[in-house]
Design a protein around this ligand. Sequence first.
Ligand code: ARG
Ligand code: ZN
Length: 896
Amino acid sequence: MRTDTIPTISRHDYQPYPYRLPHVALEFDLDPLQTRVSSRLEFERVGNVNEPLLLNGQDLVLESVMLDGQTLAPQAYRLQDETLTLFPTKASFTLQITSLCKPADNSSLMGLYVSGDKLFTQCEAEGFRRITWFPDRPDVMSRYRVTLRADRMHYPLLLSNGNLLESVDLPDGRHQAVWEDPHPKPSYLFALVAGDFACREQTVKTHGKRDALLQIYSDRGSEPKTQWALDCLIRSLQWDEQRFGLELDLDRFMVVAARDFNMGAMENKGLNIFNSAYVLADKDSATDAAYRAIEAVIGHEYFHNWTGNRVTCRDWFQLSLKEGLTVFRDQEFSADMLAHDLSGAEAASARAVKRIDDVSTLRIAQFPEDAGPMAHPIRPESYQEIGNFYTATVYEKGAEVIRMQHTILGETGFRAGIDEYFRRHDGAAVTCDDFVSAMESVYVQRNPGKNLDVFRRWYSQAGTPRVKVDLAYDAEAHTCSITLAQHNEAVGIERLQSPVLPKPPLHIPFALGLLDQQGKPLPLEHDGKAAETVLLELTEERQTWVFENIAHKPIPSLLRNFSAPVIVDIERQESELILLAQHDTDPFARWEAVQELATRQLLCLTRSISDERQSDIASGLTETWKRLLHDPNLSAAYKTRILSQPTEKELLEKTSPMDPAAVVKAGKHMREQLGRALAPDWLDIYRATSGNDDAYRPDPLSSGRRSLHNLCLHYLMAAGHPDAQPLAVAQYYDATNMTDRMGGLSALVHFSDSPQRQEALNHFYEQWQQDPLVIDKWFALQASAPGATVETIKSLMLHPAFSLRNPNRARSLIFQFCMNSLQGVHTPEGYAFWADQVIALDQLNPEIAARLARAFDNWARYTARNREAIRAALQRIQQHPTLSRNVSEIVSKALK
Ligand code: ARG
Ligand code: ZN
C-alpha cells in the first residue's frame, strides 16, 4: 500500500454508531482450509432516522446477505474492499450474512488462524472483521450465542466465550457445541478455540461464595507444566477481591495456550488466549524470570475482566484506559506477591525490586519512544494502523499515569475512585476522561478548591518532561528551599509544526526526602504533618517549597519510588551519590543513586573511548559496590539490581550523538574492571549463594539468591578470572533447574570463545530440541551474544528449527539480534539484514514486521556514519512495492 493513500484516523472524528446490536448469533463450520461463518444480527436504530449501516470485513468472501429473511440482490448494498454498506429503511431489522475465510492461509495471526493442528482467534484490535462482516468497533456491545461445528476427531474440543449450552454429535464424523455469553461485549473480546488439548482445572469459591471453574488448556503432553499458571490464576482472583473488591463474574474461566501468538496474551471474555510462553513452566525448562512473567501476564489478563471487559473503551484512542490501568494493577499484584509475608523495610525493599524492574523497562522501551518519530501521548491523537499503537507509551507510561493518581490520592482515595468508576460506568464503553473524572470526584472532596485539570494534560502531551531541582540552604535561618522547574520539549510530529508550540505545565507528584550529612533521614514538615518523605505537587512551571529547622545543609533524595515518569536534572557531587548509595532509606532512590554513579562513570568511559584515551574507573565506585555486595541488610534480589550496570540501551540514550560502538566498549570495560577489582568478593558471594539440593521453588527468596549467584559468575567471566570458566561449565552441566543452567550457559556464550562454549550449546540443543520455548532461549542467547554477527544469524536461520512464521522464534533470533546485539547490528551489513527481514516478515505478519521496523526509530540521533546507513535502509523498505499499512506508517513517520 502506498503511504500517501492510507487514511489517517483522528480522535476528534469519533461518531457514535447509529445502531444498537443487542443480540448476535454466529454459526461456524470450522475447517482450516475454508471456514463458513453465518451471522444473525438484530439491529435497532439509535436515532429517529435511518443512517447507512456500515460493516467492516477483511479477506472475506461474501456469499449472501439477507434482510429480514429476504436475500438481498448485490445492487441493494455497497461492497467495497473492506466495508459493506447497507441502507436500512426500518427502525429494527435482522441481517443474516454468510461468508468464507481461510484460516490456514492466515499468517497474520489476526482473526481466525491455524497454529499447529488447532484453530485460534485473535480479535483485538480489529481482527473480528477477518471472521465476519460486522460493526468491528468497541462501542458496539452485544450478547453472543455461538455455534461451532467441526470434525470430531481433529477438533474434539470446541470452545467459545461464556457457558456451554449444548454439545452434540452430528452425522459424518462432525460434532457441534453451542456457547452463550451472558455479558454484552464488543467484538474484540470474542474468541473461539478448536483442537485437541490437555486440561488442568480446579473449582474455587469466590468471596461471594460462588463456585468458579478455572481451566488451563495446553498441548497434550504439556499438562505437567500448567500447575504454576493455575496457581497464579487463583492468586489473581483472590488478590482482585482483596485489594479492589472485584469478584469474578463468570461460572467458568478458561486460559488456552497457543504456540503461535503475536503478543503476550488476550483477555477475551471468559476465554483468555495466551502465548504459551506465558503459561508453561516447570523447573527444568523455565527460568525464575519466566515464572514471574507468567504471574504478571496471568494477572494482567485476569484483571482485564473488570478493567477492560466490564468497563471497556469507547474507541481505540482510549486504549490506555484499559491497558495503563491493567498494567498498573498487574505491577501491584506482582509487587504484593514479592512482599507477601514481609513487613516494614523488608517489604518495602521487596516491592522496590519490582519497581526497579518496571522503571528500567520504562526507560529502555518508553523513554526512547517518547523522544522519537513515533512519540505520542498515552491517548494518541491519530493513527493509520491501530496495531502500531500497542506501545510502551500506552501500556507502561499509561501505567505510570495511573500510578501518579494513586500516589496523589493514596491507597484509600484511589480505591474510592475505582469504586466510583465502576459505580458510574459498569457495562459501558467509556473514555480516559471518564476515568480521571471518577478519580477527581475523590480528589476534590479531599482538596477543596482544587481539581485535576492540569493532571489531565498527561493524556494529551507526549514527551518525557524534565524536572530541574535547585536546593538553597540558608545557614542562618536554618531553612532549605527546594525549587522544582519543569520543561517538556517538543517531540515527534510536534517538532514539525511551525511555530513549535510550548507545552503547558503538568501536574507532577514529586516525592522528596532530605538526609543529613551523616545520612540520617530528616523529619520534614509539610501540609501540617511531619514525615521522612513528602509529596510535592508541582503544577506550575516553577515552584519553591521551604523546609524549616534544618540544622545543616542536607542531601536531597529525589523522586522517591519514581513518583512520576520524568527525568530529574540536578547538579551534584559524587560524594552525595555515595552517601545516598549507603544510607537512603528509600530503596528505589538508593538504587537510583548507584545507577547514577555508574552512569557517570560509563559516560566518562564512552568519551575517552571516542577520543581513543585509556581510562580507569574511579575507586569511589568500586568501594561503594564492595560495601553493597557485603551489606547484610540487603536482600539478594535487591543486591542483584543495585550491582547491575546500566544497560547498553539506557546508556546509548544518554550519548549525543548516539555512539553504539563506544557504548559497547565502555560497558565491557567497566564490567571487566569491576570484575577484576572485586574478584575475591564475587567469588565469595558466588560460593555463598550456591543452592542446596532442596526442591526448587520460584519464590522471591531463592530466586533472588540464584540471580545474585549468576551475576557473580558473569562478573568473574567478564574479568577473565581463572576459576570462572570451570565454574560456568560445572554450573551448566550440574544444574538442577533452568535458572542455574541458563546462568552457566549464558556466562559461556557471552564471555567465552573456548570449545566448551560450542559443546555446551550443542549439548543444550540435543537435550531440549523437543521443547520450543527452551529452543527459543537457545536462539536468543546466541543472537544477543556480544560476538554475534549477521553471519551468525544467517547460519542460525538455516537451522531446521528456525521459522519466520512463528513469532516467538522470529523474536528470539531476528529481534534479539536487531534490538539487543548493538555490536553486531550497528554495521552496514547489520542494517541491510534488518531491512531484508522487515520486508520478508511483512509479507507474512504485518504486526510483527512493524515492530521490527521500529528498531532504529531514533536513527537521526546516531553518529553520522550510522545515521546515513540507517536512512538508506529505511528508504529501501519504504520503496518496497507491497508494504502493509503497519510498516508503511512506521517507516514514513521515521523518514519525515
Ligand atoms: N489486550 C491484550 C493485552 O494487553 C493485547 C492484545 C493486542 N493484540 C494485538 N494484536 N495487537 O493483554
Ligand atoms: Zn492488556
